[in-house]
Write a new protein. Structure first.
Length: 134
């Protein structure tokens, strides 16, 4: 779980898991008010305006938003699982390669030891002089 790709995928999943809660929320209504006072031809005039704006969602907008959030969460879960599988396969292949390198290292050490022995025997072996070679 310390692999960077796995952490990135986990964060993405956590983010998509929160979307359903956000989609279920109802938008807040907006209230706006203003008041103006003044005088016109000696009369005092007061003008007050208040408005309440509430978004109306029709034709299943909220339920489709919730369904989309659920689908994104499931997609995030699938991506997280795929990333876990990819990390597992990558780690397993690297471990297999590491094991192969260990075996190759042992074989190379054995070959070097054998070569050094042969080389040592060759050095100790008596040689013919140039006159004896002809």
């Amino acid at each position: 779980s310390f692999h960077p790709e796995l952490q990135r995928s986990q964060f993405s999943f956590d983010q998509s898991a929160e979307l359903e809660g956000i989609a279920r929320q109802l938008p807040n209504p907006q209230f706006q008010g203003s008041s103006q006072t003044g005088k016109f031809l000696g009369d005092r005039i007061i003008d007050t305006t208040a408005s309440l704006m509430f978004p109306i969602q029709v034709a299943g907008q909220r339920s489709s938003r919730i369904d989309k959030a659920i689908a994104e969460r499931e997609m995030g879960s699938a991506n997280l699982l795929k990333t876990r599988e990819d990390v597992f396969v990558e780690t397993a292949s690297r471990l297999i390669r590491l094991r192969q390198l260990g075996v190759e290292m042992h074989l190379l050490e054995e070959a070097l030891t054998t070569f050094r022995k042969v080389q040592g025997q060759y050095r100790v072996r008596p040689r013919l002089t140039p006159e004896q070679q002809t």
